[in-house]
Write a protein that binds this ligand. Sequence first.
Ligand code: NA7
Length: 537
Amino acid sequence: MGSTTEVDYDAIVIGAGFAGLRTLYELRSRGLSVKGFEKGSDVGGTWYWNRYPGARTDSEAWVYIMNISKELNSEWTWSERLPGQAEVQRYLHHIADRFNLRQQFEFNTRIASAEYNSDRNVWTVTTSTGQSYTSTFLITASGPLSSQRRPPFDGLDSFQGKWYQTSSWPKEGVDLVGKRVAVIGTGATGVQVIPIVAHEAESLTVFQRTPNYVIPGRNHSISPELLGEIRRNYDQVWNQARGHVFGLAYSPADRTVADVNEAEHQEVLERGWETGGFRFVFESFDDVLLDPKSNEAMAEFVRNKIRTIVKDKKTAELLSPKYPFLAKRPPLGHFYYEAYNRPNVKLVDISDNPIKELTPKGIRTQSGDEYEFDVIIFAIGFDVATGALTDMDIRGRDHTSLSEKWSKTLETFLGITVPGFPNLFMASGPQSPFANIPVCIDHEVNFIGRAISDLRQHGHTKMEPTEAAALQWATHVEESFKATLLGSSSAKVHSWYVGANVPGKPQNVQFYFGGVGNYFAQIEKEAAAGFPSFEKS
Ligand code: NA7
């Protein structure tokens, strides 16, 4: 079995986060020799790097899992509804140790390039220190939200205080007590870090370019009774998440705005707001992404909450988004709006007065106003979906790189494979579902495993999706996005759904918004039919 050319490994996996660990487990259990490479010094991926204060999941613990063993599900004890970074890291460490995955990874090793050799049907992967390894299959598990954007401001090196990025937060040594701190960015990350920093710093100034609709997380500890119930019903919970449009174990609301009167409408939204988390979005009304009236009603409900919570009227207005609800990914907050009632917290609106540069003392905006700080925290987001892949020089059959291939149009088949790149598989790649990621990873990696097994069983050594299949998928991804209210609004608000947060990035829909259930049905159909959209030899 395996390829005819001699290789170091059957498969090389890049990344040791959820996807990398899951992939290594999958391929090893299918009898492949596998080697993993990871830039960080340990497993964890997102949870290794994003250790900023306040980092936690926005998905409930019971669907933020690696569903590979019933014993694992029943022995692991989550302590919180929305577990913090340290707890998720403990979980991933536990998995790495329990399933002996750690020793197959080379840590502190960044992959700089990967090149496919057509004559030999071999991938050669080269590290940043120049060491090369070969394999028949290459699986990237480099993460959709892992390529951090370097602060794009002139004068960064002149700033005499300390600056940090949330996505590469130091393991220790950050002291904010008594400091004048700035946070730039109010996405899901900024929203988590801001209330914590507000408690520690002498003063906190938040620079906001676009406000977000922040939903209360309503985190709580998991009681033994709740844990017992989840453990008893794990299959049901998992199946519910598999069938939910965003991979969460929620039931459909089974109602639209048209089904209720005004009083009932407010009552439903109030109930959702008290329950918190994404349940507010998905268990209130089913038409929020489809009907502008339903969407605006939810948006206005949140704006009213902001007006009620935030005492200063001007600040409340600045915090209130005017664009459609969900046009940007709504963050979950943990006393986020309440933080603006503290006397040491100030909001600076930079929507019409952008940051011009950093100065030795702090931040200067275009209008010439200068703000002085001891510490600046950048929570400015990621080059999503494609970023981690195009950061590496990955070259396929005709030496074209992924970055060149995607310079105009983003094209994958099912978000997992790319024409022109034989035996390359992406776990959680571009154009895969926008959803609770671990649920998606589980099924995508299973698909990858089945594809490789099928190939080998038929005596073939390489597979590559057809251009026609990829084009059809890209069209379907675009159409699914445009069928929602997101299609008309996301680009206007710098949304990373379409890559609009990175200046110069070609604007394409970065994720599949057609729903997790639909997605799984399509990958299942492809696998069950023997992978007919691939050329194999
Ligand atoms: P996001 O959601 O991309 O948020 C980044 C924030 O930084 C957002 O508020 C941006 O404003 C702001 N930003 C970016 N560039 C600038 C500049 N140049 N000046 C001022 N402000 C800027 O990233 P997150 O890390 O918060 O969240 C990413 C996902 O990771 C999250 O949803 C989870 O799934 C995990 P903008 O909105 O673009 O105007």
